[in-house]
Design a protein around this ligand. Structure first.
Ligand code: COA
Length: 387
């Protein structure tokens, strides 16, 4: 029985920052951002957007039948809105999902989306008539003027996992490696991540090499068997560094084909930035919607990495009806219709955040946009509504 992604949805805030403008404001060469790091634009989330509103928006494609057949909803995130209650429950309410399902949140840095996907795959394998909703949602914040500022971003990917999926079958061939390291983390008192940038880059590459080599030995697959390789993209240059470590394993025409598909997988990330748990799947969506030559049966390799750290390599196969499951024009339109913020506006939006404090809070209605918003926090309870 095939199990995998039947539908996929994308949400990102309605505001963005041009990274050439940010480079100029920070006294950096814009080429460092657009070429050296590989990012052009960055989604900016006002305080009325969080992983609940973005996650619910990304999953708004669900039909009534899908909603009724859900037995599991898992949110993978490292920017949860509560240390106890799962964001999946807020999303469950906003989307009007049936009560007879498990609604939980799962965490392991940027790997959380893949952990959720694999849990959903196992769930459907055990309950083939049921469906599972996976949401990978995050807001990446490193701080104004910080080294990681250029690699911020915000957004969510939602995936409906079913038997006989129409988009992608996820193979049961994953190789996963875990080991406790301190390359990136976020203590609970702050909304700003701490990243040892160079060290996390080295560890990402080491985990990729380790999982890829073991995967290749276990399955017999070589790089040449894959139509495309998708990577977790904290910034697109990171994925490029990983791809370049395996390109010498194939001839030049195949290298060129893999590079072209890698560039197709980077298009959305270049405009949205890092969405942590969702970044690998944003890259996958970008590949599927940007390469008109992709054929059913194509084998795609996926590398997931979450600092801390867990790395996983697995494969997926494009299904015959995949084209009907994609919405490239709508996603392009969503990106092009965003409002560009000046650096000064971005800095003001960045500073206006839900405080780590008991006082009531009211989000600025001037930035209410998207399908769902957080309007207030009253009596330490978050208030959401559909726009
Ligand atoms: N033109 C073109 N390229 C330029 C350039 C210019 N004018 N100036 C610098 N570059 C290149 C550098 O050569 C380097 O490329 P390389 O990595 O291929 O060697 C790249 O731009 C970045 O420059 P660097 O000096 O290393 O940048 P930095 O010290 O500001 O750090 C990050 C960059 C990405 C490490 C930093 O933004 C960061 O820590 N981000 C968060 C890290 C993260 O997301 N970690 C999680 C990983 S899972």
């Amino acid at each position: 029985m095939k199990i995998g992604i039947d539908q996929i949805g994308l949400a990102t805030p309605a505001f963005y920052l041009d990274l050439v403008e940010l480079a100029k404001a920070r006294g950096d060469d814009p080429d460092k951002y657009t070429i050296g790091i590989g990012q052009d634009e960055q989604a900016v989330a006002p305080s009325s957007q969080d992983v609940v509103t973005l996650g619910a928006s990304a999953a708004d494609f669900l039909s009534q039948a899908d909603r009724d057949e859900l037995g599991l909803i898992v949110v993978g995130t490292e920017t949860g809105v509560d240390a106890s209650k799962a964001s999946a429950l807020y999303i469950h309410a906003l989307l009007g999902l049936n009560p007879w399902c498990r609604a939980i949140e799962i965490k392991e840095a940027c790997y959380g989306g893949t952990a959720a996907l694999m849990m959903a795959r196992d769930y459907v394998a055990a309950h083939p008539t049921k469906k599972a909703l996976v949401i990978a949602a995050d807001i990446a914040r490193y701080g104004l003027n910080s080294g990681g500022e250029v690699t911020q971003g915000a957004g969510a990917i939602a995936m409906l996992i079913t038997a006989q999926p129409r988009l992608l079958a996820i193979h049961d061939d994953a190789v996963v490696k875990s080991g406790s390291i301190m390359d990136f983390w976020r203590p609970v008192y702050t909304d700003l991540a701490i990243a040892k940038g160079k060290y996390s880059t080295e560890q990402y590459l080491a985990f990729f090499q380790a999982t890829w080599q073991r995967y290749s030995a276990e399955t017999g697959h070589g790089v040449g068997d894959f139509e495309a390789l998708c990577f977790h993209l904290p910034y697109t240059k990171m994925g490029l560094k990983a791809l370049k470590t395996v390109l010498p394993e194939v001839d030049e025409p195949k290298q060129a084909a893999l590079m072209a598909n890698f560039e197709a997988s980077c298009r959305y990330s270049r405009r949205i930035g890092n969405i942590y748990t969702g970044s690998l799947y944003l890259g996958l969506l970008s590949l599927l919607e940007s390469n008109p030559h992709l054929q059913a049966g194509a084998l795609i390799g996926l590398f997931s990495y979450g600092s801390g750290a867990v790395g996983e390599f697995f494969s997926a196969e494009v299904q015959p009806e995949f084209n009907e499951q994609l919405h490239p024009a709508a996603h392009q339109q969503r990106l092009t219709s965003r409002r560009r913020l000046s650096v000064a506006e971005y800095e003001a939006v960045f500073a206006d955040k839900v405080p780590y404090a008991a006082a009531d809070y009211h989000a600025d209605p001037a930035y209410f946009a998207g399908s769902f918003v957080l309007t207030d926090v009253i009596g330490q309870q978050r208030q959401y509504r559909r726009l």
